[in-house]
Design a protein around this ligand. Structure first.
Ligand SMILES: [Zn+2]
Length: 166
């Protein structure tokens, strides 16, 4: 698995967040990349997924993340499920290496016409990747161009407020 930086590693830079109370900042271009990926999958009636790459930062309020890139690879997907192809994990690591940013800070996947939420499987996937570390799950529904971000706390999903950065 990719290296997931713990929120209390010494590398975590101290920088005051742009907006109080918001822990997730996503670059506009990253939103566009996820939307394009979801749209391409939608045309083939398939879900898509990828990882969110960026930086973990901290300030007086605690840790927060900036997402500046996405990484993905070949997928095994249909209209209700998606996962990385086992034989494509090397490609996934290569894709992560090419990204700006130094940490896997979340993941994204699409839902086809069922809206944005985390299913029980999604919550298990999320906890499998991030456990109790900081990590966000973005869900995109290309059927009506909606998206939302979530985190898991105590095994329950919570909607995460987010700011889109230019
Ligand atoms: Zn899902």
């Amino acid at each position: 698995m990719p290296k997931i930086l713990s929120s209390d590693t010494p590398e975590t830079e101290f920088r005051t967040r742009p907006v109080k109370g918001v822990s997730l900042y996503i670059a506009e271009g990253t939103i566009a990349a996820m939307a394009d990926h979801a749209e391409a999958g939608y045309l083939e009636n398939k879900e898509v997924m990828g990882l969110l790459i960026g930086q973990i930062l901290k300030d007086e309020e605690g840790t927060y993340v900036k997402v500046t890139d996405t990484a993905t690879s070949d997928l095994d997907a249909d209209e209700v499920s998606v996962r990385f192809k086992k034989e494509a994990i090397e490609d996934l690591f290569d894709s992560i290496d090419k990204c700006e940013g130094n940490a896997v800070v979340g993941w994204y996947h699409s839902h086809l016409g069922i809206g944005c939420f985390l299913s029980d499987v999604d919550i298990r996937t999320h906890l499998g990747i991030f456990g109790s570390e900081i990590g966000f799950a973005v869900v995109i529904d290309p059927s009506d161009s909606t998206f939302a971000a979530f985190y898991c706390s105590g095994g329950e999903q919570q909607k995460a407020p987010l700011i889109i950065m230019e």
